[in-house]
Write a protein that binds this ligand. Sequence first.
Ligand SMILES: [Zn+2]
Ligand SMILES: [Zn+2]
Length: 327
Amino acid sequence: MKAMVLNGSGARLEPSEREVPVALPGEILVRVRACGVCRTDLHIVDGELPPVELPIVPGHEIVGVVDVVGDGVTHLKVGDRVGIPWLGYSCGACAFCRAGRENLCVSARFTGYHNDGGYAEFAVVDAGYAFKIPDGYSDVDAAPLLCAGLIGYRAYRMAGEGTRLGLYGFGAAAHLIAQVAAHDEREVFAFTKPGDDSGQSFARSLGCAWAGASNEAPPEPLDAAIIFAPVGPLVTEALSRVAPGGVVVCAGIHMSDIPSFPYRLLWEERVVRSVANLTRQDARDFLALAPKIPIKTRVQRYDLADANAALGDLRDGRLQGAAVLVP
Ligand SMILES: [Zn+2]
Ligand SMILES: [Zn+2]
């Protein structure tokens, strides 16, 4: 099979020919039809996240069709269309798993980081971590739901019930979560890089009440803000824009350093928190919700062989919505 492989952090992905992986008991082999490109992939490729397995096939927004079912798998059959997200395994036994917080499992394994992911023609996954994709989404359109959507939605729930929501960084995750927030009758304020007029009009076209530069003040104080851009100074920027009791949620896995800041920005019960990974319940909840709203994804498709170009476009902020690779 064809695969795009990372052999060392900071390197380009290498096109490679590999053996099709074998589904062991409890696993499924999936023929990949589409795989989204997530900013986490970029952090892995660029070495901002230290590699745990090399060589590795990145990609954790996989949509495909079950090709082989391993022994003992009864809830999926050959031909089922499934999605494979970032969480590829959790132990079920540690204190976090037992408390329903498998996203923090001490033995978690992540797709495209510990296990080979979806920048390939086939991928193998533990069948307990694959999810049926709602009908009505094409393979390519469904791919961004699997991380931008799932982890974005986890961040959205962590932002609380306030009605005025700021989104810092209007990329793959924000363009989905803005639609959830609009559906919940919240006012969304979209913050982009200064000068990103097309990003701001994209945000307005999705129902955002206001869009402006990340260093601008929104017309009203925010109840909560979610930071999707990997830019530490946005934490203090967002803190300065939330009302007393407001929450700032950092949704990414990596961010540049957060500058020191005066305590008065945090005072009055403001909260800064991060969101890590996802639980399978997050996946079930979001994949049930997406077609009801319905959330529409904006995708830019690339051939699998052009994975480096897709990562480059994401790195340089040239994407509107989400990049998706098609083998
Ligand atoms: Zn665990
Ligand atoms: Zn991701």
